[in-house]
Design a protein around this ligand. Structure first.
Ligand code: APR
Ligand code: PHB
Length: 403
């Protein structure tokens, strides 16, 4: 058994694990990453590509933003099309200057991987049998196999960044964790194509035939989605059938000029809302998909992972540099407040834009509904913009125009 030690053991080399590792290392907090698959396998995953300002700033802080600024593109707005009628949401003016960065998650992951290797930080890819031990003690450790060798990694803390199917969340005793889940009655059939995007900004479209999304990866690579039944399969969809259906769901003027081409990736993803409470237990902290999943309608998956990373990285840095042990127990409550807000927004956007057929839109447990309503109260009664929405509706919205 090879016994090694590091202050922070990170499980998972997806965006959450890599970003946390980079930010901690920048603050002189050593860490080791244990990852189940190869780096190439991680980079082979097709993921979304909308970065909130907070994530852009974190990547800058991590020293991993050059390529993003060179190749990514800021979007000042986004379009919503309802039955072909296009509405522009002017993000920049409505938020006082905020925009979103369009840059593929795969590229974020690639940049973080290269930065970690360049910094000479230790990562054990293609590891197996990862297990977390003694998280309730002051001497937790992780065991894993790598290159035919057994390892014991002693540490102060374990950061569970190992995604929805990882080992971290399940290490919290079942009696000590509560899981909230809403599985949606549809999935997204996604196509990646080396064709120019059909529009400068993203278009989220709701039509009588169902939801569609026109997104992009660059000026020469597009990403499209259409809502499909859970019973559907990729084999049912030739490229021509996909393009034909997509055009029926997007606004006519966009469909008319759209350039189609062969799919370079085609897959169906289910949609779910999922949250595990708490997001910490003993010396184990959960981040990103290990703790929560959102339907992609709100483009929050990567961005909620980033806010978890920012919260834990700041707490651990203050612990190691200023002895702030009091902050260690605050992570879960702080992270969950923003997670539930992102979950509610993603659930709300999904409700607004999908065809639920005869399924009940709000089907979820009473406890999960309580969390969503608490988040609604926080927002509509706790923020100026939320109070503005309440005030405008309370005094009465404008009467219908007759012209
Ligand atoms: N041991 C080690 N690594 C593991 C284990 C394990 N037992 N189980 C899973 N992993 C690895 C996976 O191989 C993956 O590389 O953990 C990593 C988790 O990465 P992600 O699933 O990408 O999760 P996260 O880093 O939280 O990023 C969230 O990724 O899946 C998207 O939509 C999601 O955009 C969101 C983002
Ligand atoms: C994507 O580009 O893959 C994407 C963009 C926005 C979303 C979901 C997916 O809301």
């Amino acid at each position: 058994m090879n016994t090694i030690r590091t202050p922070v053991a990170i499980i998972g080399a997806g965006p959450a694990g890599l970003l946390l590792g980079q930010l901690l290392a920048k603050q002189g907090v050593e860490n080791i990453i244990v990852e189940r698959v190869s780096g190439d396998y991680v980079l082979g995953r097709i993921r979304a590509g909308i970065l909130e300002q907070g994530l852009v700033k974190l990547l800058q802080e991590a020293g991993v933003s050059d390529r993003m600024f060179a190749e990514g593109e800021y979007h000042r707005g986004v379009e919503i099309a309802i039955d072909g009628k296009r509405v522009h949401i002017d993000l920049e003016n409505l938020t006082g200057g905020d925009q979103v960065m369009c840059y593929g998650q795969t590229e974020v992951t690639r940049d973080l991987m290269e930065a970690r290797a360049a910094a000479g930080l230790t990562s054990y890819y293609e590891s197996s049998d990862t297990q977390i031990h003694d998280i309730e003690s002051d001497a937790p450790y992780v065991t894993f196999s790598h290159d035919g060798e057994q390892y014991r990694l002693d540490c102060d803390f374990v950061a569970g960044c190992d995604g929805f199917h990882g080992v971290s969340r399940k290490t919290i005793p079942e009696a000590k964790r509560t899981e909230f889940e809403r599985v949606y009655p549809f999935g997204w059939l996604g196509v990646l194509s080396d064709t120019p995007p059909c529009n400068d900004e993203l278009i989220y479209a709701k039509s009588e035939r169902g939801f569609a999304l026109a997104s992009m990866r660059s000026k020469t690579r597009s990403r499209y989605y259409i809502q499909v039944p859970l019973t559907d399969s990729v084999e049912n969809w030739s490229d021509d059938a996909f393009w034909e259906e997509l055009k029926k769901r997007l606004p006519a003027d966009v469909a008319e000029t759209m350039i189609t081409g062969p799919s370079i990736e085609k897959s169906i993803a289910p949609l779910r809302s999922f949250v595990c409470e708490p997001m910490q237990y003993g010396k184990l902290y959960l981040l990103g998909d290990a703790a929560h999943i959102v339907p992609p309608t709100g483009a929050k998956g990567l961005n909620l992972a980033a806010s978890d990373v920012e919260t834990l990285y700041k707490i651990l840095t203050k612990f190691y540099k200023e002895g702030r042990a009091d902050l260690l127990r605050e992570y879960s409550e702080k992270a969950l407040k923003r997670v539930w807000a992102g979950e509610r927004f993603s659930w709300w956007m999904s409700n607004m834009l999908h065809d639920y057929g005869d399924e009940q839109i709000t089907a979820m447990s009473a406890e999960m509904q309580d969390r969503f309503m608490a988040s609604e109260r926080d927002y509509y009664f706790g923020t100026e913009e939320g109070k503005t929405v309440v005030a405008k509706q309370y005094v009465g919205l404008p009467y219908p125009t007759v012209e």
